[in-house]
Design a binder for this molecule. Sequence first.
Ligand SMILES: Nc1ncnc2c1ncn2[C@@H]1O[C@H](COP(=O)(O)OP(=O)(O)OP(=O)(O)O)[C@@H](O)[C@H]1O
Ligand SMILES: C[C@@](O)(CCO)CC(=O)[O-]
Ligand SMILES: [Mg+2]
Length: 396
Amino acid sequence: MAGKELYVSAPGKVILHGEHAVVHGKVALAVGLNLRTFLRLKPSRDKNTMKINLPNIGAKLSWNISDLQTLVPSFQECEPVSPSPEQLDILKTFAGVSSGTKDTESLAILAFLYLYLSICGQLRRLPSLEIVVWSQLPTGAGLGSSAAYSVSLVAALLTASEKISYPAQDNIETARWTQNELTLVNGWAFQGEKVIHGNPSGVDNAVGTWGGALRYQAGQITPIERVPMLQILLTNTRVPRSTKTLVAGVKDKLLKYPNIMEPVLSSINAISEECQRVLQAAVDGLSKEHYSVLEELIDINQHHLNVIGVGHPSLDRLCQVTASHGLHSKLTGAGGGGCAITLLQPDIQPTVVDAAKQQLSDCGYQCWETSIGAPGVSLQSSSSLPEEVTRSLNTA
Ligand SMILES: Nc1ncnc2c1ncn2[C@@H]1O[C@H](COP(=O)(O)OP(=O)(O)OP(=O)(O)O)[C@@H](O)[C@H]1O
Ligand SMILES: C[C@@](O)(CCO)CC(=O)[O-]
Ligand SMILES: [Mg+2]
């Protein structure tokens, strides 16, 4: 691959049930989303420069390779390992980032530097690259933008450093890596998530890597086959929040009130189990009764998520608006604002959906009707990229 330009994409995700509980060893059900993060990597014209351009967050940085090379002795990992506090301190000093930062750009840059130095540090010399990452996903809204960022960076860096193959063949628009290669991508992307989140469960990077529909528990990833088609309305309240802060808040509550919070997490676990049971019992299509159960599970889980402290008035309002149209919603991802999902039954009147969408957009929210179960990280030919993506990557 060395010397080639390459394009990689990774999907965002929707968590149906199990966010936060999954950080504490419970089950989560998650699916790939058809909104993706795209990355272009090409060798730099200037052999002593590493450039990264992140147009979604307005960050454009470049470093001298010789400066980066001085950091290599502290990295050079053979396989994915957790970033140590010492390594993060070295990177923060190098990047001029204050400790304990939650700033969007700082976290993105720290994650990049950690992955670049760890993955490419064993090469004779660090490669001079120009990388652009642009996403269709809103950043920090619960749709796994951090995981899609880490997964696409890792797949590109591992390919560029020839640690995984270059899977594309002539005239093939998208190609995927082997299961073993994807396991390596997922392992490194999890480390990138650790830099951004602090204490991720690993579910988001697993969906970014494998796509489809997954059951995730304590690092164990089980694809859920033949999930019936679910129609979902996805709504972004546009209220910004940080996954890192919300995850830390739940941990504090759990430590303070273990006897109160643990049963709530166990109940969320039971909701995920019940949802999976219904989805798998209904491979030939969901009946009205199945939909009623799925709707009730959504309502119960939304209450639980409020109890563990990750609700937000904007999400309450969203649930009230959709309920007034007979629809059921819950937050998805870390909560505290961000996005929610609303289940749409297949025979729903389009006028009902339109009225709900209108009222949600009157609240200042953004809605998408989405299909779920998108494919995981992929190598793409430049001709396969939608025009909007090519424009965004090339004009950034
Ligand atoms: N397109 C992008 N370009 C650069 N950095 C990004 C991009 N997308 C995500 N990030 C990084 O990820 C961080 C957002 O991660 P965070 O986990 O808080 O939100 P999320 O992943 O969108 O939501 P959730 O984890 O709840 O699904 C940003 O602060 C930024 O550092
Ligand atoms: C809130 C959380 O459960 C999901 C974020 O998308 C965090 C995680 O699993 O890492
Ligand atoms: Mg995230």
